[in-house]
Design a binder for this molecule. Sequence first.
Ligand code: ARG
Length: 263
Amino acid sequence: MKKGLIQVLLIGFLLSLLVACGSESNNGTAANNESDQNDEKEVLIMATSADFPPFESYDTDGNFEGFDIEIAKVIAEELGYELEIEDMSFDGLIGALQSGRVDFVMAGMSATEERRQNVDFSKEYHRSGEMFIYQPDESINGLEELEGKTVGVQLGTIQEEGADVLSEEYGFEVKKVDDASVLIQELMSNRIDVAYMDKTVATGYINSQGLEGFDDPTTSSPGMGIAFPKGSELVEQVNEILTALEKDGTIDELEEEWLSEYE
Ligand code: ARG
């Protein structure tokens, strides 16, 4: 009787071990785990927040498109991987890297010192300042005129942090939303007075929605980098590829194609 019970417990224990191993290899970084399953190309998983044209968004067929997406495709190709893209909220990207769920992040992410505590960055591949944008029936010509207004920002961004500081000095409210396209909807439907975001993206909305805006005179943000889990050996390889793409004119061509209308 007693022996039977021990056997049952033992089998249960072994089964649970098996399940644990199985799920680990499903959740682990694809780049390291796909190889033993078949002979197909290994997969490199990139995470992004596809709410940020012209860097990353969806085309009308529901495919990812944008400057970051194109650079990521070239990098994966050069490294000999198949690229898989996961869309998530911007606020969750650093955590996805830290837990090793994804191999890298391209999301118009500014390579700040604070983020460098938790992730590694490639060299910068683009630089954009910040802008405050608003509907044309408003007239807000500088930080002093933000007093009493509601300024929207995307959660987890450098603008969230910047707005928290500036709001103290200039007396405005800060509204935080987790999606940059929702931020624009909030602005268009008058639920916020102003949106504070990367200049390149803001310029796109100024042009397409007839908005107005002014540059943030206080900004000192670094350029955008590709983010990796700390210690990832991909950083060096990707930097070499980026340098080659700069030299052979690929980056210039992609900038011309994706960013020239947003300058
Ligand atoms: N450049 C800003 C930052 O790094 C905003 C980036 C937002 N990106 C996005 N895909 N929504 O904080």
